[in-house]
Design a protein around this ligand. Structure first.
Ligand SMILES: C[S@@+](CC[C@H](N)C(=O)[O-])C[C@H]1O[C@@H](n2cnc3c(N)ncnc32)[C@H](O)[C@@H]1O
Length: 319
């Protein structure tokens, strides 16, 4: 395991001096204690962002699980940094049978419990975990999906890497995934000192996710959000792409696997043709060797023809 400094040097530029200490986290906590427990409060006084955000997130999940009727039987999701349960209500409960919510602000969680009391009664809204994300350990091997929106910017990179490792352990083996929806800087990181929120570039987010040994299956911008706000990206993360089962729902993973296989095939073909070219180059001045190569190739073709002939003969015999 690389030490903290190595990772920080690779991942960060402006963030190098930040340590996730109590002082750092107090500022965030105070900011949110003073924020109203409303949709507008959750979205920095930009409530008009909510409808397009929720619609595109729902479309994103429906695209991911496209052959399955929703809410999907037997599935459980966890909403991290859920606040008053805006995403839980408008997105996760539409797709998953059960949802657990997490936030460090008890007041927001209570508000969610009250607003969504019918789901609490039916048992579909199951647990509320009040805990700082930097310390939170969710139950192991529990979730089909962990949704993390507009909250990981509060964690300096080392705490974030450790946190993602704990999230990884909370996924159902072989099929659980993490979706992160987060602001992305157009170039350099930006730190908002009002609430100690770090906006990293897509490249740096990806580096951090990879450090947590999570595989970035896809990253795409939410184009439906107003252009006046920071670019917001969906990152789909999987513990490892081989561990995903072949369920029809896992379309992005399947596509990833297919394109990986294709890349592998292209690489092999390239290597093969390079070896031939190298051989030709090596013996460029030597016509005799050129002839040898051509003879080799002819031999290969003849062998293939002979093999085909043998197969045909074998088939006739079988008849
Ligand atoms: C911008 S709001 C997003 C809420 C929700 N994800 C949404 O999209 O509506 C950020 C939330 O993160 C929570 N939060 C901030 N820092 C946190 C931390 N260190 N641990 C847990 N929750 C935190 C805040 O209490 C707040 O509810």
């Amino acid at each position: 395991m690389e030490d903290d400094k190595d990772i920080r040097d690779q991942v960060l530029s402006t963030e190098q001096m930040i340590e996730g200490n109590s002082e750092w986290y107090e500022r965030t906590k105070d900011f949110w204690i003073k924020s109203p427990a409303t949709v507008s409060g959750m979205l920095g006084a930009l409530p008009h962002v909510a409808p397009p955000d929720e619609k595109d997130s729902l479309n994103y999940l429906k695209g991911m699980y496209r052959h399955r009727a929703t809410p999907m039987t037997g599935t459980i999701a966890l909403d991290i940094g859920a606040g008053i349960g805006r995403v839980t209500e408008k997105v996760l409960l539409k797709c998953f049978t059960k949802v657990d919510i997490h936030d460090q602000n008890q007041n927001f969680l209570n508000k969610a419990w009250g607003r969504l009391s019918s789901y609490v009664k039916s048992g579909r809204l199951r647990n509320k975990f009040a805990s700082p994300l930097q310390d939170f350990t969710p139950p192991e091997k529990e979730y089909d999906l962990i949704w993390i929106q507009w909250v990981i910017g509060y964690l300096p990179s080392m705490d974030l890497i450790r946190c993602l490792n704990r999230m990884k352990a909370a996924l159902k083996p072989g099929k659980g995934v993490i979706v992160i929806k987060e602001n992305c800087a157009r170039d350099e990181e930006i730190i908002d000192n009002d609430d100690n929120y770090i906006i990293r570039s897509v490249e740096n987010w990806t580096k951090i996710f990879n450090k947590s040994e999570l595989h970035v299956v896809s990253a795409r911008r939410d184009e439906s959000l107003p252009k006046s706000i920071m670019p917001v990206y969906f990152f789909l993360l999987s513990p490892n792409d081989d561990s995903v089962d072949d369920d029809e729902s896992e379309i992005p993973m399947k596509e990833m696997k297919k394109s990986k296989a294709k890349m592998q095939e292209l690489k092999m073909r390239k290597e093969k043709s390079q070896t031939k070219k190298e051989r030709k180059r090596k013996y460029d001045d030597d016509e005799k060797c050129e002839d040898e190569i051509e003879e080799d190739e002819e031999d290969e073709e003849n062998e293939e023809e002979e093999e085909e002939e043998e197969v045909k003969v074998g088939q006739k015999k079988d008849k």
